[in-house]
Write a protein that binds this ligand. Structure first.
Ligand code: UD1
Ligand code: CA
Length: 455
């Protein structure tokens, strides 16, 4: 994400995250539920940072140490405030009073459960303030406006926002709705917020009433429009899935715009931080967890699962590859079907083509791992490493009992259980020598009365 800078104006973002989220039916607070592998709260924090907010205040509910911890992780510079009683959105913003008084040009209010807002849109709200508006509200036109606050316009200006529960039938007929995001002139924000009363059906301090207050103070009030997708609020698991779908379609589009081919885009799932280079081919049904990058010209074949993995240029993985955290494939590496790789560096041009587990290992360039090879990296207590030198050849169905080193250019015979280091260019063999007993099978059949019965 690119940071858009407005160097001349200081900006504070206040993020409301005190919601209970009871409709999620979860032990986790709502804003910690994830979209694209990242909490909704962290999405909002990333967007406001990219929109140039230098001050960030997060308003959390009492005793919400889990939300506070995620806030500190995602935005170490942010200030946390506790709203001890849930008395409405204006009351929640005022919990951050100590930050607001520091004198900002722009004060933005965002909701922690509205994760898809783009930095460009936040910038448009800020631009309205820079143009002289005292307040700018982010509006949208949903298919069904039921439940939302309505934006009531008068002569091209925003006259008031009416909450659905307080609206008259005529007002409810208005299709233009409040997303909840708002930008306030920082020099006026505190006095506007403090003038808001709770004379409404919910007996709450409504942030939306800042509009009427600003108008009576003679300030200009403006609406900035956003697409319904961008301001989708998440209240339950169904809306969480809708947010995920919107986020995924953005990620797919970005990957394709940057030069990747997605054969069946709707079946590829990215994480918020997945990096995909040019001329990458991603076949159907591929899932990326957090921390993956795929370099130029690489191919991820169908039904592969990647997490914390780095795929070098021209490398190929799958079909049915599992790349776990720390899998680091060098250039032109080939990882084939039913191969799992974890915490291992695989040198350029190496091949692990079929049915293998490679964990806690370092493979040099040009290594060839035969089908069914397993690194035995765990004894039930400790993990140990396997090192395989460049151009070594590991025969099929070998077990490499770590810690162990295979020298450069060495051979390991098929079926060997390697328990000691192998010198460079040596052949290691550890298996029962083959014996052959002539005509044994004939005698065995005769002893049992002829041919086995076919059932
Ligand atoms: C709010 C807006 C409404 C808008 C809608 C968009 C107000 C009064 N209404 O309504 O115009 O159409 O969002 O979804 O602002 N919160 C707190 N503390 C509180 C109350 C709320 O932190 O005391 C937080 C909630 O966690 C939530 C956000 O503020 O993230 C919005 O509150 P909510 O009660 O969901 O407002 P709505 O009724 O949906
Ligand atoms: Ca809501």
């Amino acid at each position: 994400m690119t940071t858009i800078s407005t160097p001349s104006r200081r900006c504070l973002a206040v993020i409301l995250a005190a919601g209970e989220g009871t409709r999620m039916r979860s032990t986790r607070p709502k804003v910690l539920h994830e979209v694209g592998g990242r909490s909704m709260l962290a999405h909002v924090l990333a967007s406001v940072a990219a929109a140039g907010a230098e001050g960030i205040s997060i308003v959390v509910g009492p005793g919400r140490e889990d939300v506070a911890a995620e806030a500190r992780r995602a935005a170490p510079g942010a200030e946390l405030f506790v709203q001890s009683e849930r008395l409405g959105t204006a009351h929640a913003v005022l919990a951050a009073r100590a930050a607001i008084v520091n004198g900002y040009d722009d004060v933005l209010v965002l909701f922690g459960d509205t994760p898809l807002v783009l930095p460009e849109t936040i910038q448009r709200l800020r631009a309205a303030l820079a143009d002289g508006a005292g307040l700018a509200a982010l509006g949208f036109e949903p298919a069904d406006p039921t439940g939302y606050g309505r934006l009531l316009m008068q002569d091209g200006e925003l006259a008031a926002i009416r909450e659905h529960k307080d609206a008259s039938p005529e007002e409810r007929a208005v299709g233009l709705c409040n997303s909840g995001l708002m930008a306030l002139d920082g020099r006026r924000a505190l006095s506007l917020l403090e003038s808001i009363g709770r004379d409404n059906v919910q007996r709450e301090y409504y942030l939306t009433d800042a509009v009427a207050v600003a108008r009576s103070a003679g300030l200009r009030t403006q609406v900035v429009l956003a697409s319904p997708d961008e301001v989708l609020g998440v209240n339950d698991r169904i809306q969480l899935a809708a947010a995920e779908a919107i986020f995924q379609s953005r990620m797919r589009r970005t990957a394709m715009e940057n030069g990747a081919t997605l054969t069946a885009p709707d079946t590829v799932f990215f994480s918020h931080d997945t990096r995909v280079g040019r001329d990458v081919l991603i076949e159907p049904n591929v899932v990326f967890g957090p921390g993956c990058s795929v370099a130029d010209g690489a191919t991820i074949h169908a039904f592969s699962h990647l997490e914390g993995a780095t795929v070098g240029s021209g490398a190929t993985a799958g079909p049915f590859a599992r790349l776990r955290p720390g899998a680091d494939l060098g250039a032109n590496v080939k990882v084939g079907n039913f191969v799992e790789i974890k915490a291992s560096r695989i040198g350029a041009g190496a091949k692990v083509s079929h049915l293998s587990y490679i964990g806690d290992a370092t493979l040099g360039e040009g290594v060839n791992i035969g089908a069914g090879t397993i690194t035995c990296n765990y004894d039930g207590f400790n993990k140990a490493r396997t090192e395989i030198g460049a151009n070594a050849f590991i025969g099929s169905n070998s077990s490499l009992v770590a810690p162990v080193r295979i020298g450069e250019g060495a051979f390991v015979g098929s079926g060997t259980v390697v328990t000691r280091d192998v010198a460079p260019d040596a052949l290691a063999l550890a298996r029962t020598p083959q014996v052959e007993k002539p005509a044994w099978a004939q005698r065995f059949r005769r002893m049992n009365g002829g041919k086995p019965k076919v059932r």
